[in-house]
Design a protein around this ligand. Structure first.
Ligand code: HEM
Ligand code: HEM
Length: 229
């Protein structure tokens, strides 16, 4: 057990992080490479500065809860989405258990949340995942488009939250929860570039492309910062 722990917090973790960051960078590069030279890039290059403003605006608006018509149209999903995403993005960086592992690997201590705050955000994120799942099942238009992969990805993303919480609260079977936590989190990191979790990078690429499109090609110069979404 100790050897497995040492592997998962040492070489296993490093490989998982390399696949995650390397794989996502490759997906972003392939996205740009896949743009059509005539249809897409022709206008982006000469109007780059104006396009960048549109790209930044488009990304920023979608990252604000209720910042777009799309978010305002589905308030329950929006609450679930932001509670879940806040957890999966912020908790890995700020949980005390992770600071211990980072200190062993990097040699210095990172700031971390008090345990009660970490527990609170973890429970919010798990609740958020529940709302996202409920919406996927309850809305016929979403249910019909869903495949087993959509459920699997949501489950995979929720497992580290659930197992991390049970381990941190020292639920009976602590070693088991901790092991499940590390294995599921590293599987998530390794699978991200090859599944729809690649949206962690591609969200920014496609929103930037749409923002550039609307600010360069579709009269965006006259519209200023107000987008039609
Ligand atoms: C900065 C990073 C991220 C951004 C900007 C982002 C953004 C998004 C967006 C826009 C969606 C689609 C929502 C819709 O259906 O309208 C989505 C879905 C999803 N995201 Fe992320 N995400 C990020 C990071 C993550 C991370 C780190 C994870 C997991 C570890 C994650 C897990 C998911 C899952 C599971 C879904 C699917 C939800 C469903 O079943 O409908 N995301 N994300
Ligand atoms: C997607 C990545 C990850 C997420 C979302 C995540 C999330 C969490 C959460 C929510 C907690 C519990 C916080 C609390 O309620 O106090 C936690 C604890 C912990 N996590 Fe992670 N984690 C991730 C990756 C990892 C990895 C890769 C490792 C190690 C290889 C790891 C090791 C730990 C440890 C040791 C604890 C503390 C358990 C204890 O207190 O005994 N986590 N994590």
């Amino acid at each position: 057990m100790r050897d497995l722990y040492m592997f998962l917090t040492g070489p296993g973790l490093i490989v998982a992080l390399l696949v995650f960051f390397g794989g996502l960078a490759a997906r972003a590069l392939l996205y740009v490479q896949g743009l059509d030279w005539k249809l897409d890039r022709v206008a982006y290059i000469p109007h780059f500065k104006q396009g960048l403003k549109g790209a930044a605006q488009s990304i920023y608006r979608w990252l604000i809860p209720f910042g777009t018509h799309g978010w305002r149209k589905s308030p329950f999903f929006t609450v679930g989405f932001f509670a879940f995403h806040f957890g999966v993005i912020v908790l890995p960086l700020l949980v005390a258990g992770h600071a211990v592992i980072a200190e062993n690997l990097l040699g210095f201590w990172l700031p971390h949340l008090p345990p009660a705050a970490a527990d609170f955000f973890t429970l919010c994120a798990i609740g958020g995942a529940g709302l996202i799942l409920a919406r996927r099942i309850a809305l016929p238009e979403v249910r019909h488009l869903s495949t087993w992969r959509d459920y699997a990805v949501l489950g995979l993303a929720t497992l580290p939250l659930l197992s991390g919480f049970l381990a941190a609260r020292h639920f009976p079977g602590y070693d088991y929860w901790l092991l499940l936590h590390m294995v599921s989190a590293e599987a998530l990191l390794i699978l991200a570039p090859f599944t729809k979790l690649s949206h962690i990078a591609l969200f920014f690429m496609s929103r930037a492309q749409l923002g550039m499109d609307y600010s360069i090609k579709r009269g965006g110069d006259y519209r200023g910062t107000s987008f039609p979404w």
